[in-house]
Design a protein around this ligand. Structure first.
Ligand code: NAP
Length: 295
């Protein structure tokens, strides 16, 4: 039987409707909308597109969004000043620094400037560190990994005691997903570019999260039958038949994998919509906390 599709778009739509209701309650109590501040540096078309998508998603749920758009020639000091301005702005509850930034910008130093209470992307080193510590809670968990966890939970699969394999160890996806799975009591294996015999490691996964950045890399016959497969990958590949000339595929060979897996996400329409939704959820959470502190 082919795997059940985990419909990220439908889950995201449901959650965004709930967020929209909570935003209305917030506006009724606070007299103003939750606010997201976005810092975009340079003219990378993909980054500009992500920022537009985030702005539209904010509008849909009633979150106010503002962007500081700086030219590619902006200095480190200018970027950090833009972030500091949002830190001091009481109408802004969450700050998103769109990555990647131009090469001459020290991203780590810039991200360190984001106030912890406004780190709605959850990638401040302190928040990531807290995520990895027993018994500690970060202010926010990162958007994509949080979305991944929700999609796994949607399947009804038991995470506790499960063998989970995460391919990828980046600071924004692989590592935090692995920490969140371990916090949910899975037995976690992290794979990366030096992992020996990846197929053999993947075979033992009850839950597989692929965050590699290589188009259709994970093969169907690597999977354990019935596995939950979450494909984070978003890779553009040539598609001369389409109007745009390209299309997006995941890190997993979807057609081969769906006949082995128990549940699987699609690309597009899986993790992507969840990432934006989690950013909205974290912005709302930041705003609610600021109201609780003020009252
Ligand atoms: P990244 O920073 O490039 O990290 C890729 C990871 O994959 C690294 O840890 C790397 O290992 C590992 N890797 C590379 N080749 C490998 C191989 N042959 N075997 C095993 N592991 C290998 O990428 P990322 O930022 O985590 O993103 C991963 C993918 O997710 C990309 O396609 C990205 O576009 C997508 N993404 C999607 C969303 C979304 O919302 N849908 C959000 C973020 C990212 P090393 O550490 O050894 O180099």
């Amino acid at each position: 039987m082919p795997a059940e599709i985990i419909d990220g778009r439908a889950v995201a739509k449901r959650l965004q409707a709930e967020i929209g209701e909570h935003v209305k309650d917030f506006v009724a109590s606070a007299g103003a909308a939750p606010g997201l501040g976005v810092v975009l540096v340079g003219d990378d078309p993909a980054s500009a597109m992500y920022v537009r998508m985030k702005r539209r998603a904010c509008e849909r749920v009633g979150i106010h969004s503002e962007a500081h758009i700086l030219p590619a020639s902006a200095t480190q000091q200018e970027v950090e000043s833009a972030i500091r301005a949002f830190n001091c702005d009481q109408s802004i509850h969450g700050i998103l620094v769109q990555l990647p930034m131009p090469d001459h910008i020290d991203e780590e130093a810039a991200l360190n400037v984001v106030g912890l209470a406004k780190d709605v992307d959850g990638i401040h080193p302190v928040n990531l560190g807290l995520l990895g510590m027993r018994g500690r809670e970060p202010s926010f968990t990162p958007a994509t990994p949080t979305g991944v966890m929700i999609l796994i939970n949607e399947t009804g699969a038991q995470i506790e005691g499960a063998e989970a394999v995460v391919i990828g160890r980046s600071n924004i996806v692989g590592l935090p997903v692995a920490l969140m799975l371990a916090n949910a009591n899975a037995t976690v294996t992290i794979c990366h570019s030096r992992t020996r015999d990846l197929a053999k490691v993947v075979k033992r996964a009850d839950i597989l999260v692929a965050a590699v950045g290589r188009a259709e890399y994970v093969q169907g016959d690597w999977l354990k039958p019935g596995a939950v497969v979450i494909d984070v990958g978003s890779n553009s590949v040539p598609a001369p038949e389409s109007e745009k000339g390209y299309r997006y595929v995941g890190d997993v060979d979807f057609e081969a994998a769906r006949s082995v897996a128990g549940h699987i996400t699609k690309v597009p329409g899986g993790v992507g919509p969840m990432t934006i939704t989690m950013l909205l959820a974290n912005t709302l959470k930041a705003a609610q906390r600021s109201l609780a502190v003020a009252s």
